[in-house]
Design a protein around this ligand. Sequence first.
Ligand SMILES: [Zn+2]
Length: 253
Amino acid sequence: MQIIQIPCRQDNYAVLIHDDKTNQTILFDAPEHDAIAEVLETNGWQLDHMLITHYHFDHIEGAASLKAQFGGQVYGPKINAHELKCLDNPIDESHSLNLLGMDIKIFDTPGHKDDHICFYLADLKIAIVADVIFSMGCGRILDGNAAQMYQSIQKLLTLPVDTLFYCGHEYTTANGEFAISVEPNNIDLQTRVAEVKTLRAQSKPTVPTLLSDELKVNPFLRPNSSEIRKKLNMQSASDKAVFAKIRTLKDNF
Ligand SMILES: [Zn+2]
């Protein structure tokens, strides 16, 4: 099984999974046509399934034209299904999928957008978390509220810590600058920020990222950190309240 992360647009990522045995291919999100079409054409692959995480323009712009050129069934959130005309299968976490012989678990993860869903492929130990969790960050709260986003993140934190998270964007440098501002003495965070600087200087991606690593450096997964709590003067607040405060601070950073 090959997993290919494709840089799209300015800072988006799509993910392709290809099974060499059956010659079948799944695409996760379709930020644009050309970058994804190039990978499919180079390898001589068709599309069998296209799975969409949410109906923001920069995750679906290529969906209709890729389907027209490479075929495949399109799956996307049941909520707001009208936002994607080429959708074949509206889905939410009450559904389970088995594609390419693999079970794909669906999580409803509102907060960034009310229709956002994430995918977990236990066989590959990967999750497609799109605009919910980024390396050292989390998605902006656009449609929903902080409590929803917090709940959505808690769902993803139930996954095994050796799960590799595929994020929707390359936002890691800016996220690291913010993370250091709320937890400056976190040695793991300092190390990660330095690593990201090196990777980006070589134009390399900083994601996917392991959940076990994010738990050490991502402030949105660390509302119980004593350093963060002290910094925000919220020593006795709930994790949810600390999370909401970190999100507000990041919005204004
Ligand atoms: Zn989005």
